[in-house]
Design a binder for this molecule. Structure first.
Ligand code: AMP
Ligand code: ZN
Length: 494
């Protein structure tokens, strides 16, 4: 029997404001959509945290035996600066500054995104659609919204009529805002925009002559609105009504509110049963964000090359650090927090390493079955990873007690205990054992690079700069950077 028939999940649903019992639309199947990155820069650790929250949710649903279709998009057009309706496209701006094609920007940062997530041991989503690959679907959606009376065209651009929509629907249903308050708080000056009302949002924008990311449409050569792409891609692959939609807390309004409005306007139904929002990673008291410069890159964690940390940390330690907070809590990024997580992670891995040496007895003095259910209860309660980790440390205590002989465990209980620890630590939390990994590769790589660093030093002493440069450049091409410092040469990988 599938585990999900015994383990019942509750999900905090931003729509209801409560923890709701999770019941998929189709028994045994789950459709989940998560807003992906806008690929105009390297992902920072804050972005990684949000995607990690959903990686663990995906992993747990799969562990319970659900057939999950997990769709996470790539935003490669339509996302303007400041999440606004006017301004420069983020990708086009980067392309302009770097004097490269927008699609080169997209390629570079999509590859970076995949590499980073891979380093953190993420599972790939089932489908990863791009906005530019779904222009036709977006145009069709706009046509339907116009036909249903909720969209209007002005000067080649199409806007969503929020005021009209709100007469028969509730704009604000997700973010718990009221249109009257939004009107009251809007400072946009009249006459500066084609919109009927400042609260309306763009479905299609006519491209200025300088805007290079453009596609033909019935209204103008232009580009789709950012909110629209997620409605088009989620419903294309998951249907007009699906189970879970996730993203960072900062996307709840206006992005997700607009997604609900668009689907309701086009299809006459609410798109999603469970809206999930992951909370922010902060640093020095402020949200980690590219735009303010208050961020840390994953590669800086792995090399220790950032003023906010005193040493390098492995991807598993960083992952463990983030999962020690519940996904709905704000997490403060600190060096002390990472150091504490590193200790905890090492203690956990050490204990797991001792599992195979534990001696069994006729009977158990420990209630392993109750402990196993406590692990499930933690995850069933809105994916509470910190409580799960506390239970795993309870398991570490058991391991030590069995080793010392103050508690006993039967053969059958030991099998269940081992299987549960392995499932939760590796399959669900997605941790890796760094020691085993190091033995399997990292140490060997380090040894080989150290040899090359030594040869390069010798070449420099012999004034053979051609050779020393060749070693540095060819290593860089292979993704290994040499960093010359006061205390000698170190290396980092990307
Ligand atoms: P973006 O590429 O800006 O669209 O962001 C990608 C994802 O990262 C979105 O779901 C954001 O909500 C999320 N995000 C951005 N900054 C942070 C942060 N400091 N902590 C957690 N998630 C974040
Ligand atoms: Zn989205």
């Amino acid at each position: 029997m599938e585990l999900y028939k015994q383990q019942h999940i509750k999900i905090y649903n931003s729509l209801s404001g409560e923890k709701d019992n999770f019941k998929p639309i189709n028994d045994g199947y789950v459709g989940m959509y998560v807003c992906g990155p806008t690929v105009y820069s390297n992902v920072h650790l804050g972005n990684v945290r949000t995607f990690m929250s959903f990686d663990v949710i995906f992993r747990y649903l799969k562990h319970l035996g659900y057939k999950v279709r997990y769709v996470r998009n790539i935003t490669d057009a339509g996302h303007l600066e400041n999440d606004a309706d006017v301004g420069e496209d983020r990708i086009a701006k980067k392309a302009r500054l770097e004097e490269i094609e927008p699609m080169e920007v997209v390629q570079r940062y999509t590859v970076d995104f995949h590499n980073i997530l891979n380093t953190f041991n993420f599972l790939p989503p089932s489908i990863e659609p791009t906005a530019t690959g779904h222009i036709i679907e977006q145009i069709e959606l706009i046509k339907t919204i116009i036909d249903n009376g909720f969209g209007y065209e002005v000067n080649g651009s199409v806007y969503f009529d929020v005021h009209k929509y709100n007469k028969t629907n509730n704009y604000g249903i997700l973010s718990k805002r009221k249109l009257e308050d939004l009107i009251h708080n809007t400072r946009e000056l009249e006459g500066q925009s084609d919109k009927k009302n400042p609260q309306d949002f763009a479905l299609w924008k006519k491209a200025e002559p300088t805007h290079i990311m453009r596609w033909p449409s019935p209204w103008s050569d232009g580009f789709p609105g950012w909110h629209l792409e997620c409605t088009a891609m989620s419903t294309k692959y998951l249907g007009e009504h699906f189970d879970i939609h996730g993203g960072g807390m900062d996307l709840k309004f206006p992005h997700h509110e607009c997604e609900i409005a668009q689907n309701q306007a086009a299809k006459g139904k609410t798109p999603v049963n469970y809206w999930m929002h992951a909370n922010m990673l902060i640093m020095n008291g402020k949200k980690m964000a590219k735009s303010t410069g208050n961020f840390i890159l994953p590669t800086e964690i792995f090399t220790g090359d950032n003023k906010n940390i005193t040493k390098a940390f492995t991807p598993s330690v960083a992952r463990f650090f983030m999962l020690q907070a519940h996904y709905r809590s704000i997490l403060d990024f600190t060096n002390d927090g990472l150091l504490a997580s590193e200790k905890g992670y090492n203690r956990l891995m050490e204990a797991i390493g001792q599992l195979q040496d534990l001696k069994t007895s006729e009977t158990s003095t420990l209630d392993i079955q109750a402990w196993i259910q406590k692990c499930y209860d933690a995850m069933n309660d809105d994916f509470n990873t910190p409580i799960l980790i506390a239970n795993l440390f309870e398991g570490v205590k058991y391991i030590n007690q069995i080793k010392e002989g103050s508690e006993t465990i039967s053969l059958k209980d030991l099998e269940n205990f081992k299987n549960t620890i392995n499932a939760f630590v590796y399959d669900i939390l997605g941790l890796k054992n760094d020691k085993t990994n190091a033995a399997n590769g990292t140490d060997k790589l380090s040894g080989a690079v150290q040899l090359l660093i030594k040869l390069r030093q010798e070449a420099r002493i012999n004034k053979d700069f051609a050779l020393s440069d060749q070693i540095r450049d060819e290593l860089a091409e292979a993704g290994i950077q040499l960093n010359d410092g006061k205390e000698g040469t170190t290396f980092s990988t990307n």
